[in-house]
Design a protein around this ligand. Structure first.
Ligand code: FAD
Length: 471
């Protein structure tokens, strides 16, 4: 075997977890190879975060145009040319793909094309693709194979009636009516953009509410806003299957005791790890019963020198930035540098539906369930000057703090936001939660006026017992 086939790190999978490992490892002077079966950038760039947000931006532009009359700007009735939005999405993805490929090349990361399997002795075999037959040996191997959409029995994906996010993001036009099966983050983003772009949307959710994991006040607010926009939300319902109308353009979705006639169904019920064939027998990497790779807080698997990052890891949030953070932990571990594990209870979450949702840390219910007495304060965007100026006032900021024995507010445990641009505002809340800041420590810091971020400042100030605009 040639010396060129040995690397400090061999990464399997070039999504956010894998490419972050490669970039960070290479920045530290390590030699790195990435084996990718499709395109570097992974789900996030090609079938996830970026394309979904691109379409949500199309939806936001549509809302702005529809609301222009309020500002005295008369526009003729707008029409949607979705093919143009698709082209724009593809061009954004392409630019980012080229940028990422250039960045990896610039750091001398070698990219191999094909599907890889990890064999004993940290030997990575490329099974197919342009580099089929290559064997790479890593002083460290990182499993970053990511995830694929889950499907449901009774709803086989055919790309016509039934789609997952993969097919949805390649749609040529927006259907007139859509059932979104699953009301989690991705389902709510799809429901929101479809509704803005003119589809009649029904969200069918098996659990008792949409957006489980979010604070109850935020869930109530988003549910109310969605319903106000005409999005039908049906919770506590199991989808059993669908029956297409013979020769027609409608299919009937069977959910619980009811039926819903729609032109398309988007299944958005989570993602499963892509671990089939990833690890050969005899390698001590543990795969759990759901197919995820088991790793400790330092991203180490049971096989010495083999690490795992990103969506493929068991029990961790499936978010691109979590993959980035885990990659850094893994590389620092390889280098023997001091490192803190990712604190999964304090990662920032952002959901780009309208109104947007962003949060970090414990919800009020989670804190109470953990036996922690809490003090909470809320500031609705309805009274915020910038929100009124931009004409987008549905939303609230809620801060959950630990209650001290004297009844006052101690550590900030959770920051929960819904409203205009909150995905860009969460930064301050993320820092407060992760620094375990007390309200006084944050409240004396100013927020610019007039700004949406004043809502966070006001809420924290109210927690000190003396608010300006919030009591
Ligand atoms: P992936 O991105 O899935 O990448 C894994 C890569 O490994 C793939 O390119 C795959 O081809 C390759 N691969 C797999 N097996 C092999 C093998 N054996 N050999 C070689 N290559 C292999 N996250 C956010 O943080 N923010 C968002 O707004 C957001 N929005 C999303 C919207 C949608 C519609 C979806 C579907 C996901 C979204 N996510 C979002 C989640 C995010 O995309 C994932 O968390 C992220 O992509 C996970 O990165 P990863 O590197 O672990 O895996």
């Amino acid at each position: 075997m040639g010396a060129e086939d040995e690397f400090d790190i061999v990464v399997i999978g070039g999504g956010p977890g894998g490419y972050a490992t490669a970039l960070y490892g290479a920045a530290a002077g390590l030699s790195v190879a990435v084996v990718e079966r499709d395109k570097v950038g992974g789900t996030c760039l090609h079938r996830g975060c970026v394309p979904a947000k691109e379409f949500l931006e199309t939806a936001a532009v549509q809302r702005t145009v529809h609301g222009a009359g309020e500002f005295g700007i008369r526009v003729a009735a707008s029409t949607l040319e979705f093919s143009v939005s698709q082209e724009r999405k593809n061009s954004v993805v392409d630019k980012l793909f080229k940028g990422l490929t250039g960045l990896l090349k610039g750091r001398h990361v070698t990219i191999f094309s094909g599907t890889a399997t990890l064999q004993a002795g940290r030997r990575v075999e490329v099974l197919d693709g342009d580099d089929a037959g290559r064997v790479l040996i890593g002083r460290n191997v990182v499993l970053a194979a990511g995830s694929v959409p889950r499907t449901l029995p009774g709803l086989p994906v055919d790309g016509h009636w039934v789609m997952t996010s993969d097919e949805f993001l390649d749609l040529k036009e927006i259907p007139g009516s859509v059932a979104v099966v699953g009301g989690g983050a991705i389902g709510c983003e799809f429901a929101s953009l479809l509704s803005d772009l003119g589809a009649k949307v029904t969200v069918l959710e098996a659990l008792d509410s949409i957006l489980t994991g979010c604070d109850d006040d935020i869930v109530r607010l988003i549910t109310r806003c969605f319903k106000k926009r005409g999005i039908e939300i049906v919770t506590g319902v199991q989808v059993r299957g669908h029956t297409p109308e013979a020769g027609g353009n409608v299919t009937t979705v069977h959910a619980g005791e009811d039926n819903y006639d729609v032109e398309a169904i988007v299944v958005s019920v989570g993602r499963r790890p892509r671990t089939e064939g990833l690890v050969a027998d005899g390698v001590a990497v543990q795969i759990d019963e759901r197919g995820f790779v088991v790793a400790d807080g330092y991203q180490r698997t049971g096989e010495p020198g083999v690490w795992a990052v990103g969506d493929v890891v068991a029990g961790t949030p499936q978010l691109a930035h979590v993959g980035f953070a885990e990659a850094i932990v893994a590389v620092k571990g390889m280098l023997g540098e001091p490192v803190l594990p990712v604190d999964y209870g304090k990662v920032p979450w952002a959901i780009y539906c309208h109104p947007e949702v962003a949060f970090c840390g414990m919800t009020e219910a989670q804190a109470k369930a953990a036996g922690i007495a809490v003090v909470t304060k809320k500031d609705p965007f309805g009274g915020n000057s910038r929100a009124l100026i931009v004409g987008d006032t549905d939303g609230v900021v809620k801060v959950v703090a630990e209650q001290l024995p004297d009844g006052s507010a101690g550590r900030i445990l959770g920051v929960h936001m819904a409203g205009p641009w909150v995905t860009e505002q969460l930064g301050a809340g993320y820092l407060a939660v992760n620094w375990e800041a007390f309200p006084e420590e944050v409240a004396h810091l100013m927020q610019p006026h007039p700004s949406l971020s004043e809502a966070f400042g006001e809420t924290v100030m109210a927690l000190t017992g003396r608010g300006l605009h919030v009591g």
